[in-house]
Ligand binder design. Structure first.
Ligand SMILES: Nc1nc2c(ncn2[C@@H]2O[C@H](COP(=O)(O)OP(=O)(O)OP(=O)(O)O)[C@@H](O)[C@H]2O)c(=O)[nH]1
Length: 338
């Protein structure tokens, strides 16, 4: 089975603060710390102001540096990403910009720490109370300009987070992708195999979403309306990415056909799509010839079996009338080696 992550890794990215919000947060923390220290610190004024200004610098540094390093740590790195999500990421955002922005946040976090230590030491050596405050103001000016410098990088991560956080969650379990032209009976099959209403996940390449269902025998089923339902040559670049992403997800494809052609596609068109999917996906395929409860289409059924039986296992079924659903389940478990 292919190894994949347990959940959408982009959900962990924390809410992104804009530069001003981050500076305000740091300023408020520093003022709070200073307020406490003014009440509790005893001694002559130079001694007191060294302590207070140094602690203000430390508090400001901690808020900014910790926040930025948390964002970096919680944002998945493009290079270690599960290929399914990586494929989607590449089409939704500029990955070079994304990587550069994470690098910039990392730099700003480290540099803030350096500024904090440097100005902290200077305050410590200051010769007068007035001088401690001047040094701390210089520090504030420098750290503000660091944070403002990474404004576009924070914005880049914020935009990516918005686009990525609602991507489907796929689980680390054997996965069957259901394919076939529209109206052949894919969603009926998904419901029958999972005994439940599927979860509908947004999938950025199709308005119809990605339907995911779980069976009680440990398999995840994915129905992909609008993705694997027409010939490859009719697809644009973005749609091809959607197909490639599914390739990373699938351990097995179940391809549903409708010999009655009520779905609107001829048996030849359906055979061609099966062959295309076989070339695109490097996983086993099971063919379901559906709607066998409707009589009068034996000729089409035979054409499909003649053309495809040398390459694929074929099961005649009626998803709506529960004909051979158990045979389909058994064959899926066989192929997936459960
Ligand atoms: N007679 C008969 N009708 C069926 C069978 N399976 C599905 N249908 C009907 O075929 C139509 C399409 O079924 P769906 O399960 O929605 O097909 P789909 O492939 O998921 O369609 P899209 O969501 O458009 O991709 C519905 O009206 C079903 O009731 C079957 O085994 N026999």
């Amino acid at each position: 089975m292919k190894k994949r992550v347990e959940a959408n890794p982009f959900r962990k990215i924390p809410t992104i603060l804009y530069a001003d919000e981050l500076l305000d947060k740091a300023h408020n923390r520093a003022e709070k710390v200073a307020g406490e220290l003014r009440k509790t610190t005893r001694g002559e004024s130079l001694y007191k102001s060294r302590i207070i200004e140094e602690q203000k610098i430390r508090a400001t540094t901690a808020v900014i540096s910790d926040y930025l390093s948390t964002v970096v740590k919680k944002t998945p790195s493009v290079d270690n990403l599960d290929p399914f999500y990586r494929e989607i990421l590449e089409i939704l955002i500029d990955t070079d910009d994304f990587k550069k922005s994470l690098g910039a946040l990392n730099w700003a976090s480290d540099f803030s720490k350096k500024l904090g230590s440097m100005y902290g030491r200077r305050v410590h050596k200051a010769g007068s109370a007035r001088h401690t405050s001047i040094i701390r103001k210089q520090f504030n000016g420098r750290i503000s300009s660091v944070v403002k410098q990474i404004y576009p990088n924070l914005a880049c991560i914020a935009v990516a987070r918005e686009k990525l956080k609602n991507l489907p969650t796929v689980k680390d379990m054997p996965t069957v992708v259901i394919a076939g032209y529209p109206n052949v009976g894919k969603s009926t099959l998904l419901r029958k195999l999972t005994n439940a209403e599927p979860e509908i996940n947004a999938y950025p390449f199709t308005t119809k979403g990605l339907n995911v269902g779980y069976s009680d025998y440990g398999i995840q089923f994915v129905d992909t309306p609008g993705v694997l339902d027409r010939p490859i040559y009719e697809r644009n670049d973005i749609e091809l990415h959607a197909v490639v992403a599914l390739n990373y997800l699938a351990d097995l494809i179940v391809f549903v056909m409708d010999p009655t052609e009520y779905c609107g596609y001829t048996i030849e068109e359906q055979i061609n799509l099966t062959n295309e999917i076989e070339k695109t996906f490097k996983v086993p395929i099971i063919i379901i010839i559906n709607k066998i409860d409707i009589e009068g289409y034996e000729e089409n059924l035979k054409i499909a079996e003649r053309e495809l039986s040398s390459k694929f296992d074929i099961i005649r079924a009626s998803t709506e009338n529960d004909i051979n659903i158990d045979v389909i389940k058994k064959e899926i478990m066989n192929k997936i080696d459960l």
